[in-house]
Ligand binder design. Structure first.
Ligand SMILES: Nc1ncnc2c1ncn2[C@@H]1O[C@H](COP(=O)(O)OP(=O)(O)O)[C@@H](O)[C@H]1O
Ligand SMILES: [Mg+2]
Ligand SMILES: [Zn+2]
Length: 451
């Protein structure tokens, strides 16, 4: 096949030019020109031919609505975030920082899957020996996994079409290149082209494809972000690489619920499942410490107890605000509410807030716990022992209910907490054994309770 011509396409306006330019000549955007394959508009075998055969409208009622047949990886925490397992022809992207455990998890999953179905593992980052060595260290039986050390897209496509595995792992998408483009592997153009072509193969053949993608701390640079809309499922690893816990979160899933959290611990033998993680994110204090507040968050179908820590200290110069695992903008809003509705000012204070264990909390249910942690640190007075807190805080100083309040309270009671400060609207009708509920309607009431 003759090498196809490439053009440069602006990612902002779609304008094209024959050579790369720093500024788009069409819309004047900077650094928006990305190499792409020039399309011939005529002829058969178009690269973007329809996936479903001849286009013909069908009444929705005539389509048999079956549930997607699942192929469980038998790693339960992984299946949980996938929505029950892999789906035939589905394309999954697993992103995460280098070294967090993507290759480890996928090799473990590939080994398990290979006991039931055929699995192809394409390795572009490591040699076959390195993968074999890892399999040995993990103590998994990967003898049936087909290994393909290859980075050229066209060759991988040929192997996929010839061997038709049930599942193919591409580790990683950033190492692949298509010979149709001149850009370097890992560039936006290559990552996009390779992912698009492999996604097509998945849809045509029913092969399930799992892409590994590295995220840089900045998140965007030629990273998996450009692929998110192409694939069916996007999973991200989170967690500090210096602790042993690893979480996988679903950000997008065409085949299941999002926001499920899979929890693992990294060990010598690879990732071990943590099936009851609710007490994982609590640090152990012999006596209560100022600035610490335990909240109950809800991750998908599971409640999790997470310790939030605040440090409030005299600012020298511009007061700093910093969050780890929580939204920074939310902190600014909470500080304003705290001032306006509880009369507690922090504008001459540095405020740092951290969620223990590297877990990321995106839900507003953390608000009240953040506020109380800040107040506790500012006054240098610990919260009473065995208290949990949750609730969303509104701009008017009201404490709003959260979803699944009952389950959160029950989980807290199960773990031995004796008091819960929560929104009045979440107060359970039936008392929960061993748990005293302090229901609050306003931020002020919660702050007063600590006095
Ligand atoms: N020989 C080893 N012994 C124990 N742990 C190891 C060893 N080699 C790698 N690891 C662990 O595995 C992690 C690398 O995981 P890996 O799956 O290769 O990450 P990724 O594919 O996401 O870059 C390391 O951070 C380390 O914790
Ligand atoms: Mg890797
Ligand atoms: Zn443009």
């Amino acid at each position: 096949m003759a090498k196809s011509k490439t053009v440069f396409t602006c990612t902002e306006c779609g304008g094209q030019s024959l050579k790369w330019q720093g500024q788009c000549p069409h819309c004047t955007a900077w650094n928006s020109m990305v190499e792409s394959v020039a399309e011939s508009t005529k002829g058969a075998g178009h690269r973007f031919a329809s996936l479903g055969g001849t286009a013909q409208a069908v009444a929705l009622g005539d389509i048999e609505a079956k549930d997607f047949p699942r192929l469980p990886t038998l790693i339960q925490e992984f299946d949980r975030v996938l929505g029950g397992g892999l789906v035939e022809g589905g394309v999954v992207l697993i992103g995460g920082d280098p070294g967090i455990g993507k290759s480890t998890l996928l090799l473990q999953a590939a080994a398990r899957l290979s006991q039931q179905v055929s699995v192809l593992y394409v390795t572009g980052e490591e040699s076959a020996q390195q993968v074999a060595l890892r399999a040995k260290r993990l103590g998994v039986d990967a003898s049936r996994v087909l290994l393909l050390p290859e980075i050229e897209l066209e060759k991988i496509q040929a192997v996929l079409l010839a061997s038709r595995p049930s599942v193919a792992v591409i580790d990683s998408i950033q190492t692949l290149y298509s010979s149709a483009l001149t850009s370097a592997p890992g560039s936006v153009a290559q990552v996009r082209e390779c992912a698009a072509q492999l996604t097509r193969v998945a849809k045509q053949t029913g092969i399930t494809i799992v892409f590994v993608g590295h995220v840089t701390k900045e998140g965007t640079l030629a990273g998996p972000r450009v692929l998110e809309h192409m694939v069916d499922t996007v999973l991200y690893f989170e967690g500090d690489t210096h602790t042993s816990f690893r979480m996988i979160r679903a950000f997008k899933n065409r085949f299941g619920a999002v926001n499920e959290l899979g929890v693992f611990a990294m060990t010598e033998k690879g990732l071990r499942e943590v099936s009851n993680p609710s007490a994982l994110f609590l640090s152990q204090h012999a006596t209560p410490v100022a600035g610490a507040c335990v909240m109950v968050t809800q991750e998908g179908t599971r409640p999790l107890l997470v310790e939030l820590q605040a440090l409030v200290d005299d600012a020298h110069g511009n007061p700093k605000r910093l969050t780890v695992g929580l939204e920074l903008n939310r902190l600014a809003m909470l500080l304003a509410v705290l001032h306006r509705h509880a009369g507690i000012a922090c504008f001459d204070q540095d405020v740092f807030v951290n969620a223990v264990g590297g877990v990321r909390i995106a839900e507003p249910g953390a608000d009240l716990a953040v506020l109380l942690a800040i107040v506790s640190s500012l006054r240098n007075r610990p919260l009473p022992a065995q208290h949990v807190v949750f609730g969303e805080v509104g701009l008017a100083g009201e404490v709003r209910p959260v979803q699944r309040g009952q389950e959160r309270l029950k989980e807290a009671a199960k773990l031995g907490f004796t008091h819960a400060i929560c929104p009045a609207a979440n107060k359970p009708r039936q008392p929960i054994a061993g748990l005293q509920v302090i229901a609050v309607e306003r931020v002020m009431e919660a702050v007063d309770y600590l006095k």
